[in-house]
Design a protein around this ligand. Structure first.
Ligand SMILES: Nc1ncnc2c1ncn2[C@@H]1O[C@H](COP(=O)(O)OP(=O)(O)O)[C@@H](O)[C@H]1O
Ligand SMILES: O=c1ccn([C@@H]2O[C@H](COP(=O)(O)OP(=O)(O)O)[C@@H](O)[C@H]2O)c(=O)[nH]1
Length: 237
């Protein structure tokens, strides 16, 4: 079976982890996403993961209520660490060796991020879960995903989200929006297609990293896309 990408950075949105609950982590959903990661890894694909935190906290939500944006962003980055630990637990239950590397040092809980450590763990066959986003306020975990994809030498950035691709407009708001199979990074930016933030798309463009947007709600979809099937939008140069 031909594999389309052999070294992949998977972005898992925080909201995907909450399942139908509306807040927090649904362990059954975390277990299912872990099973999808295992399935893809069993195909021989090297996988690292950037995890979001929107199911627990978003800095902009704090700022919009008159709070301090930087503190809100710090809280959001801490939320990603909680999610990373949940995903590591789910992977470990399946016998997958996984490690959390955080952009914000918290040595009692997990290793701190360095590119050298991340590459070493990946070559040892571990699934590396990047927590803490970029470690800086005013960024998102999508930007962290593009950054870590570049640092890991990933041949694709998979954005696992709530929708099965990029549409002409937000499909949650515009029900008759049309889906694209393929786009260029320039088109995503010039058409203002807001599935990923501009910083993330620009960083992927600069490093010639394809972005694959797909739904995390479809069991087995990650592996299907890696083997040439499934539903997604691919963004290339
Ligand atoms: N043009 C578009 N095509 C697809 N999704 C879009 C588009 N514009 C906005 N979106 C929204 O972007 C969301 C994904 O972005 P993000 O904020 O990272 O959400 P999540 O954390 O839920 O993955 C989708 O769930 C979708 O509702
Ligand atoms: O590099 C980063 C990554 C994340 N965040 C904060 O963490 C929150 C959660 O991340 P994100 O919204 O990207 O999560 P997702 O949408 O994937 O659930 C963001 O809203 C920011 O407040 C940040 O400040 N810097």
């Amino acid at each position: 079976m031909a594999i389309r990408f052999t070294r992949v950075l998977l972005k898992v949105s925080g909201e995907a982890l909450m399942g139908g609950q509306g807040f927090g982590i649904d362990v059954a959903v975390a277990d299912r996403i872990a099973a999808d990661i295992k399935e893809a890894r069993d195909l021989g694909v090297e996988i690292s993961v950037v995890i979001g935190g929107g199911n627990i906290f978003r800095g902009v939500a704090v700022a919009s209520k008159g709070g301090d944006r930087v503190t809100g962003d710090h809280m959001g980055m801490l939320a990603t660490v909680i999610n990373a630990m949940a995903l590591r637990t789910s992977l470990t239950k399946l016998g997958v060796d996984a490690i959390v590397l955080s952009a914000i040092a918290m040595p009692e809980l997990c290793e701190s991020f360095s590119q050298r450590a991340a590459l070493a763990h990946a070559s040892a066959g571990r699934v590396v879960i990047f927590a803490g986003g970029t470690g800086n306020p005013f960024f998102t975990t999508d930007s962290a995903a593009a950054l870590r994809a570049a640092e890991m030498g990933a041949t694709a950035l998979f954005k696992g989200t709530q929708v099965d691709g990029i549409y002409s407009a937000d499909p949650k708001l515009v029900p008759d929006a049309t889906r694209f199979d393929q786009l260029t990074h320039d088109e995503v930016l010039s058409k203002g297609l807001a599935v990923m933030d501009v910083t993330a798309v620009a960083l992927a463009r600069e490093n010639h990293i394809p972005i694959v947007v797909f739904s995390l709600h479809e069991k087995g979809e990650f592996a299907r896309i890696l083997t040439g099937g499934g539903r997604s939008t691919i963004v290339t140069d």
